[in-house]
Write a protein that binds this ligand. Structure first.
Ligand code: 5GP
Length: 237
């Protein structure tokens, strides 16, 4: 319905532009129609998982991936250094800033952001849109900037957003410190981002508590949200 109204409004603009012979806007019109046509055919659901550093997003996604191999878990691109134990192509493709910036210029990313004021992170458009067009369930972790970008482009009926939250910033700091030694400056940047992220928690469809030592409960809560939406949408998985 939203698209029909918007398309109708654009038809009027198109007629006006034709009368004025404003060709750049006519090209924009065709671009819009093309995007609208692609988005209208989407049947799948994209689940976005967000929340401050240390809240357990990575663990939840790893456990869901093991239990539901039929879901799509797109690999993001990042310019941050690889950490011990990480492999290229598992969660991230590790890339250089110049290659990442080429991707930005080519319009390859569904969303991208400079996270913790330090490195680029971004999810590619094609694998996500293709999977959604095929009616698949897609699950990806992004920061809150990524959440804001994605909800501007993915229709609400194909998007479910989940914010994981912890008891306190101190608990998050403890958890991040346990994962390995991070430079003081990076810890501070992550805490600054955490404050900014928590201020937007209310904008998400769901907020789920990630309490100390209760990862199994957190996974169950997130899993329930996902399965409920799959059932409501009548998706076959
Ligand atoms: P980390 O470096 O700890 O793996 O991730 C740092 C932050 O980047 C986390 O908040 C994580 O959610 C976010 N992040 C991971 N992948 C993406 C992505 O593709 N896009 C955006 N916008 N943020 C991401």
């Amino acid at each position: 319905m939203l698209y029909s109204l918007t398309t109708f409004r654009w038809l009027l603009v198109f007629k006006e532009q034709l009368l004025k012979r404003s060709y750049p806007n006519i090209l924009a019109f065709f671009g819009f129609l093309f995007n609208a046509a692609i988005l209208q055919t989407m049947k799948g659901i994209l689940f976005i998982i967000s929340g401050p550093s240390g809240v357990g997003k990575g663990t939840v996604i790893r456990l869901l991936k093991a239990k539901y191999p039929q879901f799509v878990f797109p690999i993001s691109h990042t310019t941050r250094a690889m950490r011990p134990g990480e492999k290229d192509g598992e969660v991230y493709h590790f890339t250089s800033p110049s290659i990442f910036e080429c991707g930005i210029d080519n319009g390859d990313f569904l969303e991208w952001a400079e996270v913790h004021w330090a490195n680029y992170y971004g999810t590619l458009k094609k694998p996500i849109i293709d999977a959604l067009n095929e009616g698949k369930v897609v699950i990806r972790e992004v920061d809150v900037q990524g959440f804001h970008s994605i909800r501007k482009v993915i229709p609400a009926e194909n998007l479910v957003t989940i914010f994981l939250k912890a008891e306190s910033p101190e608990k998050l700091l403890e958890r991040i410190a346990k994962r390995g030694k991070l430079p003081e400056e990076e810890l501070l940047r992550r805490m600054e981002s955490a404050k900014r992220e928590m201020a937007d928690a209310h904008l998400f469809d769901y907020q789920v508590w990630s309490l100390e030592g209760q990862i199994p409960q957190l996974v169950l809560d997130v899993e329930k949200i996902i399965l409920d939406h799959i059932q409501k949408a009548g998706l076959k998985v």
